[in-house]
Design a protein around this ligand. Sequence first.
Ligand code: 5GP
Ligand code: MN
Length: 338
Amino acid sequence: MTKTEISEIKALLSSPKSIVIVPHKNPDGDAIGSSLGLYHYLLQYKHNITIIAPNDYPSFLKWMPSENKILHYDTNKDKADILIHNADLIFTLDFNALFRTGDMEDVLNTSNGLKIMIDHHQQPADYAKYMYSDVSMSSTCEMVYNFIEFLGDSEQINSAIASCLYTGIMTDTGSFRFPSTTSRTHRVIANLIDKGAHNSEIHNAIYDTNRYERLQLLGTALSNMKVLPEYNTAYISLTQQELDTFNFQKGDTEGVVNYALSLKGIVFAAIFIESSQESIIKISLRSKGDFSVNEFSRAHFNGGGHTNAAGGKSELTLTKTIEKFISILPDYKNALTP
Ligand code: 5GP
Ligand code: MN
């Protein structure tokens, strides 16, 4: 952000405003963490603020301070539409294009609220008056930390802000191990601990609150894993029936694709998850090194994301989706062979 933009935003925030904060659909730790972190920061300036999430999110995020104040668009559309229409400012967090909010896209498009994007995904769309978009960033939470710093307000970071921002940095960096983790990320994390983020408790709340059935589902996913050594690729699939058997809950498959990527020598991993409710196959793609799953997903599976982590979807059956995936790999043989 330029100095001029920062002083313009500072001026806007200097008097109470109606503010809406929007994360992407199926929000993850970074989307909810950045939304709540920004919420707790703006709250100190007496604004009227509502976080509106397109839909629900995993229960392992539901300990976060003021999480229970988040409005869910899918179950509270009328109230949410009014808030969005009347908003002076709309912060859009952790996504690069309005369609990533699902059914909120239209009302966001038509609202006159001034939009501020904070995001680290590739190919940002041009809908916001102020764009803080940086694909080199570990997480939107790290960017919200920077944003608060740009506004000269580091001293305002309290323990609620710190806990929320810590969470999203931790989840989006795979607990500080992905290449997007910089020394600066660690410095930010150190500051957040100093400001009151209880690091060990946060790790525990996110990663060590599993239901027995979730681990059983993981067992099934691992049994279903297939390796394609000639492409240094591994993939996992889960049918709707398998999800039902283990009483699938939102978030249960989060991180499962990383097991495929943890195999020695594997540089490309995918998980295909059947959703009979949405009539699609949800796809998560992960890679190591230069192979861009963002490009791969954009080209073949109607999605995108980052170089090493992207999502996508397919309207074919699970079997046909996997057949398509396998049939494409020869085109990428060079890129997949180190
Ligand atoms: P996941 O596999 O966990 O759903 O997504 C991996 C990463 O890709 C996340 O940062 C997520 O926000 C992003 N992502 C998922 N789906 C899409 C998509 O359709 N478009 C874009 N641009 N990013 C996506
Ligand atoms: Mn993110």
